[in-house]
Design a protein around this ligand. Sequence first.
Ligand SMILES: [Zn+2]
Ligand SMILES: [Zn+2]
Length: 350
Amino acid sequence: MQSVTYFLPGEVRLTRAQIPVPGDGEVLLKVLLAGMCTTDRHIVQGHFTVPSPRILGHELAGVVQATGPGVSPDWTGKTCGVMPARFCGTCSMCRQGQPQLCQNFECLGNTHDGGFAGYTIVRVEQLVPLDGLPLLDAVWLEPLACVLQALEQLGGRDTPDPVLVSGAGVLGRLMVQVLAAWGKQVAVVDPNPDRVDAAQAMGAQAGWVVPRTGPVSDIASALQAWAGGSIAALIDTTGQPVSIERLLDWAGPRARVLLFGVSSPSAHITISPQKLFTRELTILASSGMTPASFTAAYTLLCSCQLDLSALSAPPVSLEELPDYLLGKRSPNGLKVIVSPDSAGQDQPHD
Ligand SMILES: [Zn+2]
Ligand SMILES: [Zn+2]
């Protein structure tokens, strides 16, 4: 089968691999769609270490092709989404109810081969039968679970508003969609006018184009006027220090500032302790998902309140994927979705 394999920072390419055989408690999943995540780009850039060689891809949906020992053959032929992460349930963080920080965390496309391939191996308990949910939506289960886990830090549906989202990229706009579906007053800032417009089309009541660097003093008063006072919650989806520092400047008294974007390891921010102190700001961070947020994502997708097709680029082939992972091609602000070319795939033996 074809697969896209990560070797070293900057080295990721199309490879051929044997179709794997499912072991105890596992199934062989024929991958129908797999999404490319910012995390995949960071792995390729060397910002996250994963054991290599590794087939990347943790946002996937497919059809069960074969079952291993101990798995009911009734699974065969079922179209499923996949919860890519597994948590040990016994480490101190799992026992504290914070499995996103599990010390024995396992994940497809990270500790195990993932979905950028014709076929992949998944444990049966990670499968989520789609039961009518569109296949494309299944690709969004994991990113949406991460968004919901992040918003949980702010209070979930009780997140105080107005909310300002910095960065109207794919996950910024997904964040906007969720907040709008919850009836929150939300605005965005982004350097790209098209993305600001797109976020407003997806439920943001206001948006501002901000320069990538440099001062933006003129925005502060406009933000305050929009908020009708002070901004209660601010979310960085960019991981860029300048964005985080601006949010800390714009935060109102008692505001919560949530770090959701992935920063490079060399990034640093400068914080004025006096600003934190006098406004009693809270800085929060969220870096993953949990079984609970995954279930919440499934439920929210079933409610049909989100427009995921507006965030998804037309599917590309596995051959085209390395160029996107290496940043040589760009999906124009949409999520890259791979459709492994089944015509070019070998069939597994029974
Ligand atoms: Zn992801
Ligand atoms: Zn654990």
